[in-house]
Design a binder for this molecule. Structure first.
Ligand code: PHE
Ligand code: FE
Length: 293
């Protein structure tokens, strides 16, 4: 059931937002962004869904330096009605859902230090902005994110946040999509990670399975290593149809009696694109740059 919210951190508004204070970034911080941006955009060519690259263009994210959230919001607002707002760190679930339900994407404003270029505990501005924001220019994906926020508020009342969080994890953070017969990346946790953007598509270790809502809501995930299992959607429109247009309350009830699945498991009804060897489990531990759950 819904609980009382903790008070916002010092300096934050009641909804936990803070000003980005773009003018406070130093040259080294902008240079870190540029280095990450250059490395990832080169890596992602041909691997990421083309709408992601289009999003970078639409939002002028190709210009150097950490983006100004105000400028991003202006362009996004015109396209799909979304905004980007800064927060000091992870926000309580209910506030996170409320922001999404109102088409506000909450983003961290700090950038990782050079020692954290490949490994980071908490999402930074590169993960949050480069990883998540380009696809918010895509109408169906933009609608999906808003509907997810509304679904989060409902799930909170139904004691089902953990189930719903798996959907976020396996789509928004670690989703793959099929395009012209090939698999492409779209999840923010993958596209902002140098190592995982290779691993998720090319490595024989992880499973790659067709999206199946109930199956996915039963599947545990790991937050400290590359994923052992990725789920593949057919299109953003199909994802939206299978989630936003479906009442989850009976599904949550149905799933209460069913056991969770380990991410290494394959079950009879799975649509298997690739049956992973699972031989690299644990090799990349400490590599996740995303912790929202
Ligand atoms: N349709 C879901 C519900 O009934 C909400 C939802 C929409 C969840 C889109 C995720 C994505 O709660
Ligand atoms: Fe994220």
């Amino acid at each position: 059931m819904a609980q009382a919210l903790p008070p916002p951190p010092a300096g934050a508004a009641a909804d936990w937002t803070v000003p980005q204070e773009w003018h406070l970034y130093g040259a080294a911080e902008h240079a870190m962004w540029d280095r990450l941006f250059e490395r990832q955009s080169r890596m992602l060519r041909g691997r990421v869904v083309p709408e992601f690259i289009e999003g970078l263009d639409i939002l002028r994210m190709t210009k150097p330096g950490i983006p100004d959230f105000g400028e991003l919001s202006e362009r996004l607002m015109q396209r799909t009605g979304w905004q980007v707002v800064a927060v000091p760190g992870l926000v309580p679930d209910r506030l996170f859902f409320e922001h999404l339900a109102n088409r506000r994407f909450v983003a961290g404003r700090f950038i990782r230090s050079p020692g954290q270029i490949d490994y980071l505990q908490e999402p930074d501005v590169f993960h949050d902005i480069f990883g998540h924001v380009p696809l918010l220019t895509h109408p169906a994906f933009a609608d999906y994110m808003q509907a997810y926020g509304e679904g989060g508020l409902r799930a909170d009342g139904l004691g089902a946040i953990d189930r719903l969080a798996r959907l976020y994890w396996y789509t928004v953070e670690f989703g793959l999509i099929r395009r012209d017969g090939a698999l492409k990346l779209y999840g923010a946790g993958i596209v902002s990670s140098h190592g995982e953007s290779i691993f998720a598509l090319d490595d024989p270790s992880p499973h790659r399975l067709g999206f199946d809502l109930r199956r996915l809501m039963r599947t545990r995930y790991r937050i400290d290593d590359y994923q052992q299992c990725y789920f593949v959607i057919d299109s953003f429109e199909d994802l939206l149809r299978q989630t936003a247009e479906t009442d989850f309350a009976p599904i949550y009830r149905e799933l209460e009696g069913e056991a969770d699945l380990d991410p290494a498991e394959i079950v009879a009804q799975d649509r298997v694109f690739h049956w992973g060897t699972q031989h690299r489990v644990g090799e990349h531990s400490g590599n996740s740059a995303e912790e929202r759950s």
